[in-house]
Design a protein around this ligand. Sequence first.
Ligand code: PLP
Length: 396
Amino acid sequence: MAISENVKKLMGGSSWVRRMFETAAQLKVQHGEDNIFDFTLGNPVEEPPQGFKEALKGFALNPIRGMHRYMPNSGYPETRRFVAQQISDETGISFTENHIVMTVGAAGGMNVALKAILDHGDEVIVPSPYFVEFGFYIDNHGGVMRLVDTKEDFTLDLEAIEKAITERTKIVLINSPNNPTGVVYSAGSLHALADLLRGKSKGRRTPIYILADEAYRTIIYDNIPYPKMFEIYEPSISVVSYSKSLGVPGERLGYVAVNPLYAGAEELIGAMIFLNRTLGYINAPALMQRLLPHVGTNHVGPREYQRKRDILYGALTEYGYSLTKPQGSFYIFPRTPIEDDLAFVSDLQQSFHILTVPGRGFGIEGYFRIAYCVDMDVIERSLPGFEGAAKKYGLR
Ligand SMILES: Cc1ncc(COP(=O)(O)O)c(C=O)c1O
């Protein structure tokens, strides 16, 4: 065998999202792009905002000498100051550039944060259903993922989390707005989680951290409030991505922010800066970092996604599917009309040319995920297929 046994095993259980995405590509060749409704991947169709494109043009026409060179591993100070100012304005907590590390997307940020905290065998609690990459990121750094069920409506189950805590628990990893469910955790549930972890952290060498994956933090609907983790729990770390908020997932920009109210913040940030280098990222892409302050807060907003959510949620409910109304991100996670999610997703694909991902790809069977970050036209033309499937399986 040419590769490690562990990697072989990990690859064997790898992503259903990727598998379905690849099937979609084959079907598009077979049947023509327009006849396949591909809801597999969270690859946003929204273009970056105008300010982004103008700034890009500005740097191309008037380059700054040395702008492509190495930089501090944490990123450009002015970019970090820009991010720090934004978070300070939002939270009323005083962030400086010293609390921010620019990273290679949220994926890079998660890896840097996990490695900074985990020793071999340490445990990370992850509420399920969950973004399946978390398992691989945790494994990268010798950690052990402990999945805990969420409640029926996918909100946090505090009792389940409490039961899962052991002396090896180092992190509770939460993702809100959530992929795949679209749930936004309420302030009440996060306060309860914080109280629980404060109690459980007593007498430990390091506290149990909350690591918050906030990749979808700008995509929240109906103006519902987005509780700020930093105000709620001191040993908290936020990982943010510009992939979705600027519509630039190929450009790989994100950051990690550590709560200044946490006494260990400086040591933690120091470790992350070191790891940004030694994990081989060195720094987040220079040009993207330079662009960021020029874009300001002009992000791809939730408006278009909310329209898509409304149409899809309305139609699926009318057809008889059972589902929780998403509050953010751009995923919807209905129950499959039959228990076997894989069989349903395969039939949706074969009979109706609609590609989705089975719930088991996110740790739970009996559901399927629709990534609706696609053109409105794709959503509208797919609806008769969803309706046809509902009829076929007796939902209406
Ligand atoms: C929950 C979640 N976290 C992290 C990521 C990775 O984001 P990035 O492209 O910034 O690495 C994704 C991407 O889909 C995601 O859904």
